[in-house]
Design a protein around this ligand. Structure first.
Ligand code: ZN
Length: 431
């Protein structure tokens, strides 16, 4: 993976993709997921899988499929005072169908708003407990007069399927890197669409790159999707050596890395190394058993080396799970920056190998091999130090990431030094 890409164009492509997906009403099942995966399929050749409702996936059962055509509350004059067609967050996600007339008092227990954010519509779901409801701004709620309201949710909850997408990039090794993102949120830009857009474009770049590792990208509904995927892919999961859950990568906040349950896996070290050399200030958090799908990948029966790399993470930005998590919250530039960090992490994973110094008894004479001054003359001392570090620690038990950490130098510099030393026969790969 080189660095000569047009990141601005990639940022724009990711943003445009998020904008195309934004109007679709998604949920953990249903046609919104299928339409979203169709948009992903325009970027990469996605394999789409359907797991039937009722299928047992570990301790869970794939739920009935939910689809919604229309939903509104109309006043006695027939005017729609809450209208799903204006914003799909207005309907409680997974609402059962209803067609009834009721007073404001009867309606109110089914209305959800945010008193401390009175202009925003909250995002609420009721996946595993049958219910119906509407979400609206607190201002709009307060403005509803006493009246007889017509309440319509034209939805279906029927046997169908849970849909997910998968894209596999074959590398030289059977060992895999997993990149996972959820696809189940409706019109929410940062928490969801930014992750899908980044994962799709990272997948496209890797698909063209003939990588060393094999890469598996999964586009799944949150929680039930990763549980379903893991239950159907237990053997494949054993091949996953490193993984990341991509989420909230479009806002302008600091990067946040949530470590895998293992805490010191290569992926944890690779991400933290890249962030500490490239990203200025960033947050790192230890694993905890909540959050996104990393909690399934990191359940004790799998304990995969999967962390989560985001900007501002869930619950930490005020717009989280509200109508204010819209296309204005994310930008092409932020998406491009996030993709760049993901690419650097991939670069570390791809090139983190163990080498053996072929001239271990005292330093080899680098000048006569043209290596002093021959490697990037503008930053000569750093490059010379990188050569010395690689030679000194390449004793068969230190990988290039170990060396970069110990030398406190950017991985890229250590990688270039190793390449130069390999070129003149002073190193050979240990594996
Ligand atoms: Zn969410």
């Amino acid at each position: 993976m080189d660095d000569k890409r047009d990141m601005a164009a990639l940022g724009k492509a990711m943003y445009d993709m998020a904008a195309r997906m934004y109007p679709i009403c998604r949920s953990i099942t249903g046609d919104g997921v299928r339409s979203t995966l169709k948009i992903v399929s325009q970027v990469i050749p996605l394999q789409v899988h359907e797991v039937p409702s009722g299928a047992q996936v570990f301790d869970w059962v794939v739920p009935r499929e939910w689809n919604v055509r229309d939903a509104y509350v109309a006043n006695s004059r027939g005017e729609r005072v809450i209208d799903f067609k204006k914003h799909n967050l207005h309907v409680l996600n997974y609402s059962s169908p209803i067609n009834a007339t009721m007073s404001l008092a009867e309606l109110k227990p089914h209305l959800f708003s945010l008193p401390d954010k009175p202009d925003w519509i909250p995002y609420r779901t009721s996946y595993y407990r049958e219910n119906w409801g509407f979400c609206l701004s607190h201002k709009a709620l307060l403005a509803l007069p006493e009246d007889q309201y017509t309440v319509v949710i034209d939805s279906t909850l029927e046997p169908g399927a849970l849909t997910y997408g998968e894209y596999y990039v074959r590398g030289e090794l059977a060992d895999e890197v997993l990149i996972s993102c959820h696809i189940c949120h409706p019109s929410l830009a940062n928490d969801n669409l930014s992750g899908i857009a980044l994962a799709s474009h990272l997948a496209r770049l890797l698909g063209d790159a003939r990588p060393r590792y094999s890469y598996r990208f999964v586009f799944i509904p949150g929680t039930i999707g990763s549980i379903a995927w893991l239950s159907r892919n237990e053997e494949t999961a054993q091949r996953i050596k490193h993984g990341l859950v991509v989420v909230c990568v479009g806002d302008g906040g600091k990067f946040t890395y949530k470590k895998s349950r293992r805490g010191n896996a290569v992926i944890d070290r690779a991400v933290l190394h890249v962030l500490s050399h490239e990203a200025g200030e960033f947050n790192q958090i230890e694993f905890y058993p909540y959050g996104y799908d990393e909690r399934q990948y990191c359940s004790p029966g799998f304990n995969l080396a999967v962390g989560s790399l985001s900007r501002t993470t869930h619950g930490e930005y005020p717009q989280y799970h509200t109508s204010a998590d819209d296309l204005d919250l994310i930008s092409p530039r932020n998406l491009a920056e996030s993709l760049q960090v993901y690419l650097k992490v991939v670069d570390v994973i791809e090139h983190d190998r163990i080498y053996i110094n072929q001239n271990p008894k005292c330093e080899p004479q680098l000048g006569k091999r043209g290596l002093y001054g021959g490697v990037g003359a503008t930053a000569r001392p750093a490059n010379e130090m990188a050569l010395l570090w690689v030679l000194n620690l390449s004793d068969g038990s230190h990988s290039l990431l170990d060396i970069a950490e110990r030398a406190n130098m950017p991985f890229e510099q250590i990688k270039h030094a190793a390449k130069a030393l390999l070129g003149c026969g002073l190193l050979r790969a240990a594996d």
